[in-house]
Design a protein around this ligand. Structure first.
Ligand code: ATP
Length: 880
């Protein structure tokens, strides 16, 4: 039992060393012995299971029924074609599903949790799956615990163990505790930290005692379900649409069957017609295409540093009209440098030729960052301070050795303070650093000319005025204070009765590319909002530089928010662009207020306490580099470069993906509708069938796959970011999309019928003739067969934009579509010219003039749609 042994015993037994950790070689050999540190997931669906799940589909049942009937009546070739189509469809389905799944899996891989471990005497960040028993793991607030650990060090460590015990109040952890009772329940083992629980406060170190399934988590989670990706709202809507259309189609089929019977038509032919219609009308490709377009889209987004964790986020992105962004690191470079200091001492005032030694010492000792050989690790604010110390001859290493840290109160963004207790030759000293207003509040004295004097109101005013000046210059101000104590005190007693030392000003330059992105966002009808824990003046100074705000009136502090009621705040928020000195609770308020006004809000976050605001936002955005595991867990999207610009790029991609799904879906519906029109009209008007079921199946294979996917990966229109955000309540078919889809369908269907009629006329028949020769029928059907396929293929080009002409969009700007259309035409040519295939589909080869005619006819829907666009463009300019 690890919890009943002392730390030294545990370390010895596991053959490790807290100071240097395992060697890389030892870690490797243990990795081989113990395997990946990962709970076993549900076994993956096998190819066969995937394949058979494709067959559970209404259309497939219809087709299998048709195959049986064709077999019974002896039309063996038809049966073979139908079965081949069923198999091919299933194979394509499996391929698409796998591709979509792989894309999502790859994204999940990118967000696998990482851990800090000590190996070869160095702290490194490694994938949590590579942790082995004996590894020394370093814990800090916001991190998930990667394995079962016996704690060997703890500083105010608190861990939330609800994943394991159901208890959501964090438990205090103490490395020095030992529990002799072998029946100590998991929740009471205060010297242990368990896999998948979360550090909410403090720091600590532990040695891995159990990994993978050999953990408490592993015991209860024998087979964890791998997070199943749920359908997005749009996918659900489309799936319902598909189902409805499917049922309507089957209803119509039955009706036609009955009408046909009354008309006294041939039973077998009627049956085939009904089947053809069902095949034509059921939009079987819809859900698969949308899934693949979404997954290809998120893969593209991951390449521009935005990892979408939840697919619905892609749709929501297109509607975002408010981006709330943290300042530090997202809008700025997070490369802090101390450039000014301020202490009240004759020799030290101002830029400080003489370094203010006591203040720098306090800053250095009260920091967790390191700076060695020109490289810093840790919080950039602290790195700047430690570097500042180094530059002034006060190195972190020697300071730490001289004044050993015995206790601490970690930084949190609510208090905006951090304190440490260090041993001094005469006792102990508290060092506190943080926001100047906060430090001022807990200080009663100050150092002036090397003497401790009462911190009077005048003195405070003097300090604050100087600090204000630094803030106006966009500097981040950080103050330091101290107090001596004779004995060791508890962390709660540290932050009171302090002596104020002075403060420094640091620059953190804005990211260069952000200014352009802010302009782009504004042009796209999106308002960027800055949210920061920093001082108001510092924040506004940077906001002005970035063109987020133009005056101090557009900013508000957390304290000012607290004074307002929710309603008052919601009305006031409209004019605000900068929120300063806010804590994570304020972020929730800000999100709620913006949303109450009907906005679609994206909010960034990185800290332990940011999870609520991320969850409340429409799009919660976590930082990939500086973000805690908690914030990543609560987010919808992760920025792997922590950059504001990436949010804007992701919104652009999101808009494009949505537009592409619209293009694909309306294209597919037009195609299907065209087929329905052709079949239905011929039934209603007592004409012979212009197309056979097998022919329709073939055309759907040619058009529903490659061209549809090609539209789904369309490079997108250049001016997507010049439009207002999409209203999320707006129908998928808004802006005349439904009308265009129906019109496209009517055109495609009518032209197919026209081609059929022209074909019959070649042989001197009319549509109403009853004794049409086999030869004439084959020829006429070939004409309609080719026109239907080709018109759909050409139509794909015009679908690339709802208003722009194909030349404005660029005929060759989507090379994949060009390829898909050419491939489709070649396949069509093969199907009628290879004798074996031609016989199977009951079609024949066409002469050159015939080809001229069918291509001419097939181009008409494209032309007419282009003419409609001219009118739409004219309407738009006259409106503008
Ligand atoms: P943003 O929200 O834009 O990331 P931020 O980094 O300024 O802004 P916080 O990290 O919450 O926000 O910091 C808020 C304030 O707390 C800072 O302005 C500073 O005064 C103080 N502060 C920041 N880091 C530390 C630290 N390591 N120790 C002590 N005080 C700190």
């Amino acid at each position: 039992m690890w919890y009943s042994k002392s730390r030294e015993e545990v370390v010895r037994e596991l053959g490790s060393d807290p100071a240097s950790g395992l060697s890389a070689e030892e870690a490797r050999s243990r990795r081989e012995k113990y395997g990946r540190n990962q709970l076993k997931g549900k076994p993956k669906k096998s190819l066969a299971v995937l394949f058979f799940s494709q067959l559970k589909d209404m259309l497939i049942y219809v087709l299998l029924g048709a195959a049986v009937v064709t077999l019974i009546v002896g039309e063996y070739m038809d049966a073979v074609i139908i079965l081949a189509v069923v198999l091919l469809n299933a194979a394509i389905g499996v391929f698409q599903e796998q591709k979509a799944e792989k894309a999502i899996e790859a994204l999940q891989q990118m967000t696998t949790p990482k851990s800090l471990v000590r190996r070869d005497a160095e702290v490194r960040e490694i994938d949590s799956v590579d942790i082995v028993p004996g590894d020394i793991v370093i814990l800090d607030a916001g991190r998930y615990i990667p394995a079962d650990l016996r704690l060997i060090e703890s500083a105010n460590l608190q861990i939330e163990e609800s994943a394991l015990t159901g208890e959501s109040v964090p438990s205090d952890k103490k490395a020095e505790d030992i529990h002799q009772d072998p029946k100590t329940p998991v929740g009471d083992r205060s010297n242990m930290a368990f896999m998948s629980t979360l550090v909410t406060y403090g720091r600590g170190e532990g040695i891995a005692v159990g990994t993978a399934m050999d953990t408490e988590m592993g015991k209860i989670a024998q087979a964890l379900d791998v997070d199943d990706q749920k359908l997005t709202p749009l996918q659900k809507k489309l799936e319902e649409l598909g189902k409805t259309l499917g049922y309507i189609a089957i209803g119509v089929c039955v009706l036609i069957f009955v009408i046909g019977l009354i008309q006294g038509r041939d039973l077998f032919e009627l049956f085939l017609t009904a089947i053809s219609l069902a095949v034509a009308a059921i939009p079987e490709g819809l859900p698969a295409i949308v899934a693949i377009v979404l997954s290809l889209g998120v893969t593209r987004m991951s390449k521009i540093h935005a990892i979408v964790k939840k697919l619905p986020a892609v749709e929501t992105l297109g509607s975002v009209n408010i981006i709330c962004s943290d300042k530090t690191g997202t809008l700025t470079q997070n490369k802090m440098t101390v450039v000014k200091n301020y202490v009240l001492s004759e020799s030290e005032q101002g830029a400080g030729e003489d370094p203010p030694v006591e203040m720098i010492k306090a800053f250095v000792l009260c920091s967790d960052a390191t700076y060695e050989n020109g490289e810093g690790t840790g919080d950039p604010t602290e790195v700047a301070l430690v570097r500042y110390g180094e530059e002034n001859g006060l190195s972190k290493k020697s300071m730490d050795a001289e004044y050993k840290r015995v206790s601490e109160r970690p930084f949190d963004s609510d208090r905006k303070l951090m304190s440490t207790l260090n041993r001094t030759p005469d006792g102990f000293r508290v060092h506190t650093k943080g926001a100047i207003d906060q430090i001022m509040e807990i200080s009663t004295t100050a150092v002036v000319n090397h003497e401790v004097v009462p911190l009077t109101e005048e003195l405070k005013a003097q300090y604050l005025q100087a600090a204000e000046q630094m803030s106006d210059d966009a500097l981040r101000v950080l103050a330091a204070a101290y107090k001596n104590t004779a004995s060791q005190i508890s962390p709660e007693e540290m932050e009171s009765d302090l002596t104020f030392l002075g403060f420094v000003g640091m620059i953190d330059p804005p990211r260069i590319e952000v200014k352009d992105s802010i302009r782009e966002a504004k042009m796209a009808g999106i308002t960027p909002i800055m949210i920061t824990g920093d001082h108001k003046n510092t924040a506004v100074a940077i906001a002005k530089e970035l063109e987020i705000a133009s005056s101090l009136e557009q900013s508000m502090t957390g304290a000012e928010i607290d004074e307002l009621s929710d309603e008052e705040f919601s009305t006031k928020i409209r004019d605000m662009r900068v929120f300063a000195r806010v804590s994570p609770e304020h972020k929730v308020k800000i999100v709620k207020a913006f949303r109450a006004q009907g906005n679609i809000v994206s909010m960034t976050g990185d800290g332990v306490n940011d999870a609520p605001s991320l969850k409340n936002a429409d799009i919660g955005v976590a930082m990939g580099i500086t973000g805690t595991d908690v914030s990543k867990g609560a987010s919808d999207m992760i920025l792997t470069d922590d950059n504001f610009t990436t949010i804007v790029h992701a919104i652009r991609e999101g808009r494009n993906i949505y537009a592409n799904i619209r293009k694909t879906v309306t294209f597919l519906l037009s195609c299907n509708f065209g087929e329905v029109v052709a079949i239905l009209a011929s039934i209603l008007f007592f004409w012979p069938l212009p197309l056979l079921a097998t022919q329709i199946l073939w055309i759907n294979l040619v058009t529903d796959t490659l061209p549809a996917i090609a539209l789904g990966v369309d490079p997108g229109e250049k001016d997507v970011m010049k439009k207002k955000p999409r209203n999320p309540k707006e129908s998928f078919f808004a802006g005349g999309a439904a009308f265009q889809a129906v019109l496209g369908g009517v055109l495609i269907g009518s032209l197919t019928l026209l081609a059929f009629y022209l074909g019959l006329r070649e042989f001197g028949y009319g549509l109403r003739d009853s004794n049409i020769s086999e030869e004439a029928m084959t020829y006429a059907r070939t004409m309609s067969f080719v026109v239907l396929a080709a018109s759909q293929l050409f139509y794909a080009f015009t679908k690339r934009s709802a208003t722009k002409s194909i030349f404005q969009v660029g005929v060759f700007s989507n090379k994949f579509l060009v390829f898909a259309v050419i491939a489709g035409l070649v396949l069509q040519y093969i199907s009628i010219s290879v004798p074996f295939l031609a016989a199977a589909f009951k079609v024949q080869n066409l002469s050159l003039p015939d080809w001229g005619l069918v291509i001419g006819l097939a181009l008409i829907p494209l032309f007419l749609n282009e003419i409609i666009k001219v009118f739409l463009r004219m309407k738009k300019t006259s409106e503008a």
